[in-house]
Write a protein that binds this ligand. Structure first.
Ligand code: GLN
Length: 402
């Protein structure tokens, strides 16, 4: 065949996501590697999981669990999740019709959006917002409607915390609002919802058909004796919610990409229609390994104590710097205000500051400004403390030099 230039021409592909580049997490991890900086940017542990977990996966492979599992996930894993959620939050999800195993939290969130949102449907997101939500909405032709967390400041003008913008959320609701996306414990701020917040949300959506997508991937990282306020605790909200969780976060295996979505049967039925033709199903031996491992609740029940120690260690070290600590009642992230460090004005933009910090101080972080559609420069960055104490110690030594 004679292929001329025309036959080989590059077909133009109009982008569905013209504004999307490489994620800030990838960019900062690459820069951290290049500079041999300590990577407190992208959220992942620098320590390994309990060896019992890969052993359980290996055993599953050895015993022949190597073919397709059922589309929704293997029954023992869905059963174990159902029991866990019932024990912790008092809501019974039917494992056969209301729980689906996904290839991680992000895929679960994408599939929730893909099954529920059509062209022109509005989805309220609360900024700073996790970076996958808006591109997922854009991909299916939905319209993301951002509202912003209220930024609280101390007398010196530094950011001291955030508050849920109830009035702005109420104002953003229109007849086209199809879904509100929430996330507690919240990435990047570490903020957690209270039971009264769930009541308030329920009140807001009571007379509407608005669905809730509740990203709860940090559910087992809530500190200072507080409890995680899953929407599953709230029958009225649970009846209109998709709840997302992630084993990667809970068991220190972010690279395994496995999580689940729990939702009432009629919502799960639609979710599974999309899931079936997207991933079809999630790898079998990991599901068997996890279903064995989940029999012991101790690892997830002790996770808050484990991470609170790391949080407190990082906070104690940072209190000897001019970074202003924000509260971190949940997640494995600690946010700080960097505006009082005496850094030249030109470096005060969040992305520039994080690049400066990585190159010159040898510690990578993530700017909170990157979690806004139009960057809001409030002078706050996020450190991940899912690290060994020696990693945190070295990072603190460096940060204390500023
Ligand atoms: N969830 C992780 C974080 O917030 C990053 C995951 C990713 O790199 N996409 O750091």
């Amino acid at each position: 065949m004679n292929l001329n230039h025309t036959a080989l021409r590059q077909i133009p592909l109009p982008s569905r996501l013209p504004k999307v580049g490489t994620t800030i997490f990838t960019v900062m991890s690459a820069l951290a590697n290049e500079c041999q900086a300590i990577n407190l940017g992208q959220g992942f542990p620098d320590f390994d999981c309990d060896p019992a977990l890969p052993k359980a996966v290996y055993d599953a492979m050895q015993t022949g669990h190597n073919q397709y599992p059922p589309m929704a996930g293997i029954a023992p894993l869905r059963q174990a999740i159902s029991e866990k959620v019932l024990a912790l939050y008092g809501h019974h999800y039917n494992p056969d019709t209301e729980i689906t195993i996904t290839a991680g939290g992000t895929q679960g969130i994408f599939t929730v959006i893909a099954c529920a949102i059509g062209p022109g449907d509005e989805v309220i997101v609360i900024e700073p917002v996790y970076d996958s939500y808006v591109p997922s909405i854009d991909t299916v032709g939905g319209i993301a409607v951002p509202v912003q967390l209220e930024v609280l400041r101390n007398e010196a003008g530094q950011v001291s915390g955030y508050a849920i913008p109830w009035e702005a959320i109420a104002k953003a609701i229109t007849p086209r609002t199809k879904m509100i996306m929430i996330n507690s414990p919240h990435n990047p701020t570490g903020m957690v919802w209270q039971a009264s917040d769930l009541d308030r949300l329920a009140h807001l959506v009571r007379d509407t058909d608005i669905l809730i997508c509740s990203d709860e991937v940090y559910e087992h990282m809530v500190y200072d004796g507080q409890s995680h306020q899953s929407v599953a605790r709230h029958p009225e909200l649970a009846s209109r919610s998709f709840v997302i969780s992630s084993f990667g976060k809970t068991y220190h295996v972010t690279g395994w990409k496995i999580g689940y979505v729990a939702a009432p049967a009629h919502l799960t039925a639609e979710f599974r229609k999309v899931h079936q033709f997207n991933v079809f199903t999630v790898n079998t031996p990991v599901q068997y390994g996890l279903s064995e491992y989940l029999k012991n609740p101790e690892p997830y029940l002790s996770l808050a104590t484990f991470y609170q120690k790391k949080r407190d260690y990082l906070r104690a070290g940072l209190s000897n710097t001019r970074f202003q600590l924000l509260p971190s009642p949940g997640t494995y992230f600690q946010c700080v205000d960097y505006t009082q460090l005496g850094i030249p004005e030109a470096l005060m933009n969040g992305v520039d500051f994080c690049q400066w910090l990585t190159r010159n101080i040898g510690v990578a972080a993530i700017p909170v400004s990157a979690f806004y559609g139009t960057p809001v420069e409030s002078g706050v960055i996020r450190f991940c403390f899912a690290k060994q104490e020696k990693t945190l110690a070295e990072a603190l030594t460096r940060l204390q030099r500023i």
